[in-house]
Ligand binder design. Structure first.
Ligand code: SF4
Ligand code: SF4
Ligand code: SF4
Length: 281
């Protein structure tokens, strides 16, 4: 008697890593209470943080973590795209080039020479760029790392064939929602909350420190208005430039404000924001 193979009609989910620290992938594993339910609803087809086995594509949903930093990855992402019905990028690396995107502002090789004893062994691109600069992306989920609740909403939405419902407003709204006194207004603490996308629940202001923008620009981020406010509350231009020059430095809104403030700082105080290590001197 021939036994027919079992069929599995669950949609397939693949998780791909590019240049990244794995923190956003771990946010998926961090969905402790929901992970078994999710595993019952989808087949994990490729997820090396969780399993060595891989099911061949095509895949219903691909989650992509990390930026494009090597010629090989610039080709590999095209294969991922070709094999994915929906491609969702997760985290600051994948959506804005990540902290490694600081090298986009520096001379070619400046970072490699500062970090590695033998940079001649490296074969990398001169830039770190978001996935959307290479292939079409169906949705970008921001954060460093991403918020697991937002990740589950995105997954459920794509599995159900609808658009994700993710807030585009700023951290300030979350800050007000939880009743935190504004640090920028009350203490003059530098805070990127007004231009940063919500998702963390205004974690940093709730613990007494300003937001440093790890969720990237919110919709309609008015960075020049915030820069004016920061100057008026005592932050010098050099620090304003530095604030916009971290995890999401290559996101256009933050990049433009960094360039403006870095030029102003150099012209008015002679302080140069270094382009070879991303920190000031
Ligand atoms: S966005 Fe942050 S947490 Fe996610 S992979 Fe990049 S560095 Fe890691
Ligand atoms: S502390 Fe920051 S995030 Fe909170 S309301 Fe003030 S500016 Fe906005
Ligand atoms: S408050 Fe700002 S820096 Fe802190 S976790 Fe939220 S988005 Fe990131």
């Amino acid at each position: 008697m021939t036994v027919a193979p079992l069929t599995d009609s669950r949609p397939t989910l693949a998780v791909w890593k590019f240049a990244s620290c794995d923190g956003c992938q771990l946010s998926l594993l961090d969905c402790e209470d929901e992970l078994l339910t999710l595993a019952g609803a989808v087949r994990f087809a490729h997820f090396t943080e969780m399993s060595r086995s891989t099911i061949p594509g095509p895949y219903d949903v691909s989650l992509v973590e990390g930026s494009i930093c090597t010629p090989e990855d610039a080709e590999r992402i095209k294969d991922v795209r070709a094999n994915s019905r929906y491609l969702v990028t997760i985290g600051a690396c994948a959506t804005a080039g990540g902290i490694q995107g600081l090298k986009n502002f520096a001379a070619a090789g400046a970072y490699a020479g500062a970090v590695y004893a033998h940079p001649e062994y490296l074969r990398t691109l001169e830039s770190s760029t978001p996935i959307a600069e290479h292939v079409a992306v169906d949705y970008e989920l921001r954060g460093c790392p991403i918020d697991r609740g937002q990740l589950l909403e995105v997954l459920l939405a794509f599995l159900a064939g609808r658009r994700p419902v993710i807030a585009g407003h700023s951290v300030c709204q979350e800050c007000k929602g939880r009743g935190t006194v504004c640090l920028l207004v009350s203490e003059g603490t530098a805070c990127l909350g007004p231009v940063t996308r919500a998702g963390c629940g205004a974690l940093c202001p709730a613990t007494g420190r300003g937001c440093f923008g790890c969720f990237g620009p919110c919709e309609g981020a008015n960075t020049s208005a915030l820069a004016t406010q920061l100057r008026e509350t005592g932050t010098d231009e050099f620090e304003v430039a530095r604030l916009f020059h971290t995890f999401n430095a290559w996101a256009p809104a933050f990049r433009d404000q960094f360039e403006t403030s870095a030029a102003l700082a150099a012209a008015t105080s002679g302080r140069e924001v270094r382009r070879d290590d991303g920190v000031g001197r």
